[in-house]
Design a protein around this ligand. Sequence first.
Ligand SMILES: [Zn+2]
Length: 526
Amino acid sequence: MAPDIEIYDTTLRDGSQGHGVSFSVADKLKIAERLDRFGVHYIEGGWPGSNPKDIEFFEEAKRRRFTQAKLAAFGSTRRKEVRAEHDDQVRLLIDAATPVVTIFGKTWLLHVREVLQTTPEENLAMIEETVRFLTQQGRLVVYDAEHAFDGYKDDPAYALASWQAAERGGADIVVLCDTNGGSVPAEIAEITRAARARLGGRIGIHTHDDIGLGVANALAAVDAGATQVQGTINGFGERTGNCNLTTLIPNLAIKLKLRSVPAESIALLKELSQFVDEVANVRPNPRQPWVGSAAFSHKGGTHVNAVQKLLRSYEHIDPALVGNSRQVLISELAGRSNIIMKAKELGFDVTKDTPELSAMLTRVKALEHEGYEFEAADGSLALLIRRALKEEPTPFRVDAYHVSMRSQGKASICEATVKVRVGNEHAHTVADGDGPVNALDGALRSALVRFYPDLQTVRLTDYKVRIVDSSVGTAARTRVLIESSDGTSSWTTIGVNENIIEASLQALVDSLEYGLLKKEFAAHVV
Ligand SMILES: [Zn+2]
């Protein structure tokens, strides 16, 4: 069934311009795949004309299949006085080979005159010709009207003329952008209605959260007839961020009863939010609406039964609808179904009648209390489930290790010693590295490849460290996420400890153990 509102995700482009956010190409691919599974309609992967990383992303993306979402490359209209087909930046958009191309152009005469330093007529030609060139190349074109609202307020007739130019060129949709984020809902609604009255095609909305109205403004536009909303997961984006899709999507589905992403995805919203935070290595915002850990937390204190009755009257929805949970009363049932779902995803046959299920749940809860977070660490979760199901000795054990550092002139060198046991055999190795984790990894690996030559192909591809909120436990803990790859698939493992080296070793051990056992697990683990 066609959606009422299309969701256009720009986490990987506008969101990556956010404060403290930096995605590698591998991060971007992981997020794109996750967004596709979640069911957004468009994924804006990046701006190939602005950086080589985004060109590489689109090269890699050519080899992937997206089943629900259409991938979009982002760029701008041609430069002034250059034919669209001769503009390098426009050519890069074609080279990205995406089904959708989104280009932005100027609505506001102030920008036309002062920033582009061209004539109003040339700006209209730039818009129309670029859109036409791209549609002639078989692309579906989304036209982002930059500063649409400020431009309209300044000169409504010119603003409309610029949007009509995009429509004449063949744009599939004209998206009104509140680029500076300073408009209020009533203005957004009024101008969106005016655009609807004058344009023939569909209208979308792209808002920013500069005055805390990103989502409200998008909803005002929807109310006025916009059928596509652009935004980012967790509201990542420049300055105070973009329209937060993690807030917008449940508002559309649950409050306004409008179809956007598949209904079954709504319950995966918290998971998606956590996943994107983990990949971005950003501390989740506990006060985030709908999906924050505090969104349904209650300061209890009274008798449990009474609180449970009372809670319903203090909750606007059942938190499970968005995959969240009540903080004071963690639902035992929700926990179980989460594990069952995860286990199935990882290729294990676990049902609600599996006897080991409650042991798994207890273990996961105990570890989460210590600061573990399995949302982005499927490798470690797979091992945890496997350990509960199979009473097999682990393929190896680390009996002892030692890490030291010395400085030599300007350089510092780390040395790690590791004692490993495999069955009844022992190995004792030493390795240098440019950091303690690198040295530890080297020592562990050289001890193990003698027993398991397959490990030669396993490489550590990413390493992320975060301090876990100290209010959770007594002392601040360090959470380490390690991503590894053997060239055919990749997996992420986790370690948590007060000591960063110990946390890293845990994640390394899981990484290598997973590498040895991965044949048993489903192929899509990331
Ligand atoms: Zn923007």
